[in-house]
Design a protein around this ligand. Structure first.
Ligand SMILES: [Zn+2]
Length: 123
């Protein structure tokens, strides 16, 4: 009896192998886009793949995100034109975000990247 159960289990795992493999491919293919999240104040712990925008609509003063290299450092960017250096944050209809100019960390991991339409372009 046990061998029959093992046989059916084997058949089952063969039948379900293709969909499971396709599903894992599909999950990996999903784009990992940085999305904008507008807040009054930056939270203490930032979520990955999120660019926090502080301020009111049309009047944003700062952006914050976790460093995309995985070092866990928080990056804060000034969005006020009167203060240098200054970045601009553009939100797109799919909630993804573009930051201009590039982000270049002077300390720590020294990451240098663009955020374009929610995707990290390393320099
Ligand atoms: Zn980093």
């Amino acid at each position: 009896m046990n061998s029959i159960a093992a046989y059916f289990w084997w058949i089952w795992s063969v039948i379900t192998f293709v969909p499971r493999w396709a599903w894992s491919k599909l999950l990996k293919k999903q784009p990992t886009l940085y999305c904008a999240n507008q807040v009054d104040e930056f939270p203490d712990s930032l979520k990955p793949l999120t660019v926090y925008l502080a301020g009111e609509r049309g009047n944003l003063w700062a952006a914050a995100m976790l460093c995309p290299c995985g070092c866990g450092e928080k990056i804060e960017l000034n969005l006020l034109e009167q203060v240098r250096p200054c970045w601009s944050a553009e939100q797109h209809s799919d909630r993804s975000i573009t930051l201009m100019p590039s982000v270049w960390r002077q300390k720590g991991c020294k990451s240098h990247f663009f955020v374009r339409h929610g995707q990290i372009d390393w320099c």
